[in-house]
Design a binder for this molecule. Structure first.
Ligand code: GCU
Length: 333
């Protein structure tokens, strides 16, 4: 029922947004409004970085383009908004890497557990040209990846201790919607349960789940500490958040505007990385004030199991395996 309501809402909004048209006249300038779906709050570093990009884009294109960012998953969960981008109902969305594995399995390689050793390692990969071909590979589906954000390191949280695979055994932990994520959590000892982010709080509250796995920012933002107060620092996954954009919309830009857009996107990625660490500190503070406990753990066993899984997942995927090896080679450890 809830899903149906969400779908209806997304549909009504999408229709009303389209009905408004994406072009509007401001004085003599025709402004194209770029509608962007975002599944988190306006306090999130990714929202702040994108909002600033929108302002600069408007300035630097002399009002030819502006952003209309819809936060809090108003337009639906990430899977649904990727489809809205495909059909150009909206022009852009921020989606977790696992969503794109459903379009091209090579994306698996850049979102595997423990593939990045640190945020700096991840940043150097995003800033290199290593991912260029992967990011345009979805154009046959009607969109491309135009940028990548960090979402820090994800850890497991529940009401129980989860310091090693045997402690995690039997715990139903929500994961993002892809087979890789389910298999990852299973390899870590628990029971991976795929679900959209917006449904997790209630599912834990009702005992359908024991917990979830996410970064500290989302954990605090969505108040998951109210239903799962033990955050065990497994730091198993640094999954990229990808900014996707419709291909017709992109090819409709003049060369000059596209250059401005690309330059601003680079600056936006840089800004988001810079904001991330402070956001984690504030999130931990808020969660602790509300009773959450952050527990350190030895990651050895989790790592061993996950590295085995990574080899298994990539064994029949030559391109993915090469990407994975290239990312590991860029490790600064
Ligand atoms: C993080 C990530 C989101 C993702 C979410 C999730 O918050 O930044 O892109 O949707 O996790 O677990 O679904």
């Amino acid at each position: 029922m809830k899903k149906l309501l969400q779908l209806t809402l997304a549909f009504v909004l999408a229709v009303s947004l389209t009905a408004c048209g994406s072009d509007k006249k401001e004085g003599e300038v025709k402004t194209t409004v770029i509608k962007i779906a975002f599944n988190q709050s306006v306090n999130h570093p990714q929202y702040i970085a994108l909002e600033e990009m929108g302002k600069k884009l408007k300035e630097e294109t002399n009002g030819a383009y502006e952003f209309d960012i819809q936060p809090d998953a108003i337009l639906g969960d990430q899977k649904a908004t990727a489809e809205l981008v495909q059909s150009n109902t909206i022009q852009m969305s921020v989606v977790g890497n696992p969503i794109l594995e459903n379009y091209n399995k090579d994306f698996t390689a850049i979102g595997l557990p423990y593939v990045y050793d640190s945020i700096d390692h991840q940043k150097s990969v995003f800033e290199s040209d290593l991912l260029d071909d992967l990011f345009t590979s979805t154009s046959s589906s009607g969109f491309e990846v135009v940028g990548a954000f960090t979402a820090g390191a994800r850890s497991v949280y529940s009401n129980k201790s989860a310091k090693n695979p045997s402690e995690l055994s039997g715990q139903k932990i929500r994961v993002m919607q892809s087979d890789t994520m389910v298999r990852m959590l299973d390899a870590m000892g628990g029971v991976g349960t795929p679900m959209a982010q917006g449904e997790v709080y209630t599912a834990i509250q009702q005992g359908i789940l024991d917990g979830g796995e996410n970064n500290q920012v989302t954990y605090a933002d969505l108040k998951h500490y109210e239903v799962a107060s033990t955050f065990t620092l497994t730091e198993h996954l640094m999954v990229p958040d990808l900014i996707i954009a419709n291909t017709d919309f992109l090819s409709g830009m003049s060369e000059e505007h596209r250059e401005i857009f690309n330059k601003l996107m680079d600056e936006t990625m840089e800004k988001e990385f810079n904001l991330w660490e402070d956001s984690v500190d504030s999130a931990v503070k808020v969660a602790e004030e509300n009773g959450a406990k952050f527990v350190k753990t030895d990651k050895k066993e989790f790592k061993e199991n996950c590295f085995k899984l990574n080899d298994d997942l990539l064994k029949d995927n030559e391109a993915g395996k090469k990407l994975y090896d290239d990312i590991r080679k860029m490790s600064q450890e």
